[in-house]
Design a binder for this molecule. Structure first.
Ligand SMILES: [Zn+2]
Length: 499
């Protein structure tokens, strides 16, 4: 009896197995057919071209074509004309024709390092050595323009006369893969250094642009007009308060192993989190562990240099620095709930004075709105603060209630731009943030003096934030409030200005 039962179970299992095998073969046939459909004759031509660009030691080829969506039978976009028949969802290392262009992060020689190739245009598709897209968040607007037919998908920029007006001296830090992990140190020289590749048809773009400009800041203009700041013809160039400045815009380029090390997390864990928490936006974060570079769709930073840029890396020249994280409400629109614009203006004022005295002034402006929590979260927190009685003792808790954390700026990546500029020492650091200070010092940059914002520049309503920050470890030369005092530091309630 036992025997017959187990026999019947066994035969059932065998039948099930046979069914499984049959359906698997059917599925494999379907996938093969889809892949054959997706392979355009154009592809073969382009794959041939891609092989031509391949300079790095090859990876073993294996069978398996481009991975396409089996359910997304899209027409080739007539306007774009350059997409494959069906969208390529992802690629795998060692896949047929997939041969990433050389990318040796941390190489001192730009040719040995190799350009960042991230474009999914047919010429680059199989040789990309980076995940993401050029242009940070603006890659999304670019997508809209292409979808609307305003921009050809294969538009190649004309880089004539776009090169930097000043030279940033290559520092030893450029080739220290532990010093620079969140920007491409050759990013401003792309169109010169990789001219040959661009002329051969590769879509390679600068991730840094440097220019020179004049600027007028009302608060500083008032200082010039009142006579407390003097026109010197070099930094302040007119009685109207015009300022002479060099500036650099930097898009993020992340070397993932370096970013993971900096944040003290496992690289696989970082890749998985980036994939999952961006709606699965970049599957190659998971499927291409061989690709180490990622261009995230986030804002970068802008550098403003007052004075002689050539002296930035000179340890014998005095350097005043303000590291500022974006706060649109205060920086641009004058909100008085925080000290952001006043501190930024103070940073510029002291930077200009330093430059006028023969030193250099530097402002680094990061697009990390609302402690990198974003403006929506920030306003939600403002509401909670104002409705529940705004006090310094509850300041950080309000943010944590909404965002889950106090801060997401992760200053660990911030020092990279200093290493790019070759800076090893800061004389005057115009910031009270212990996080910014510690990140710079931990990365090997000396800070000789920390300069808090003067009391008379702090708007009354922002005392809540200031006291809370000082109590939490921000630098001050003044009094550190105790718990009881924090309860007494209160901001304006809403009733004061309700119409
Ligand atoms: Zn602010």
């Amino acid at each position: 009896m036992h025997e017959s039962m187990s026999e019947s179970v066994l035969s059932q299992i065998l039948v099930t197995l046979a069914d499984l095998k049959a359906s698997q073969e059917l599925l494999a046939d379907k996938v093969d057919k889809i892949q054959a459909d997706a392979t355009l004759s154009k592809d073969d031509h382009l794959l041939h071209k891609a092989a031509h660009y391949h300079h790095s030691p090859g990876q073993s080829d294996s069978d398996g074509d481009t991975i396409v969506s089996p359910t997304f039978a899209m027409d080739v976009n007539e306007q774009a004309g350059v997409y494959t028949d069906k969208p390529v969802l992802t690629t795998y290392p060692g896949q047929k024709n997939v041969k990433p262009y050389k990318m040796n992060w941390g190489e001192a020689d730009s040719q040995a390092r190799g350009p960042v190739v991230v474009s999914r245009l047919p010429e680059s598709m199989n040789i990309r050595n980076a995940v993401g897209a050029y242009g940070g968040p603006y890659s999304i607007y670019r997508s809209l323009a292409i979808a609307m037919g305003d921009l050809p998908a294969d538009h190649k920029p004309n880089f004539d006369n776009t090169h930097p007006p000043i030279k940033i001296k290559q520092a030893p830090q450029w080739s220290d893969p532990s010093k620079i992990v969140s920007m491409d140190p050759f990013g401003h020289l792309t169109s010169e250094l990789y001219k040959a590749e661009i002329e051969q048809g590769l879509d390679i773009r600068p991730t840094i642009a440097i220019t020179r400009a004049h600027m007028i800041v009302p608060e500083l203009q008032a200082e010039v007009k009142s006579g407390s700041m003097k026109v010197d013809g070099r930094v302040i160039v007119s009685e109207n308060g015009e300022l002479n400045v060099h500036k650099a815009a930097v898009d993020p380029v992340w070397y993932l192993p370096g970013v993971a090390a900096r944040l003290n997390v496992d690289e696989d864990n970082l890749r998985r989190s980036l994939f999952e928490n961006t709606g699965g936006m970049y599957p190659e974060l998971i499927t291409r562990p061989d690709i180490k570079v990622f261009l995230p769709p986030i804002g970068g930073l802008t550098v403003y240099i007052f004075g002689n840029h050539e002296l930035l890396s000179d340890p014998n020249t005095r350097l005043t620095v303000r590291v500022h994280d974006e706060c649109n409400g205060s920086d641009v629109f004058g909100s008085d709930i925080c000290t952001c614009r006043p501190y930024l203006v103070y940073g510029m004022l002291e930077s200009i004075k330093e430059a006028q005295n023969g030193g250099v002034g530097l402002i680094v402006y990061f697009r990390k709105e609302g402690r990198a929590l974003g403006e929506v979260t920030k306003y939600l927190v403002y509401n909670a603060r104002k409705r529940e009685g705004d006090s310094a003792s509850k300041y950080f808790q309000r943010t944590e209630n909404v965002a889950g954390v106090k801060d997401m700026r992760f200053q660990a990546l911030m020092p990279d731009v200093f290493h790019w500029l070759g800076i090893t020492k800061i004389d005057r650091f115009m910031s009270m943030s212990n996080m910014k200070h510690d990140a710079l010092v931990d990365s090997g940059i000396k800070i000789l003096e920390r300069v808090p914002i003067p009391d008379d520049m702090i708007p009354p309503d922002s005392k809540v934030e200031m006291d809370a920050k000082i109590a939490a470890g921000y630098f001050t030369t003044g009094h550190i409030p105790c718990a009881e005092e924090l309860c007494r530091t209160v901001g304006r309630g809403w009733d004061e200005f309700q119409a």
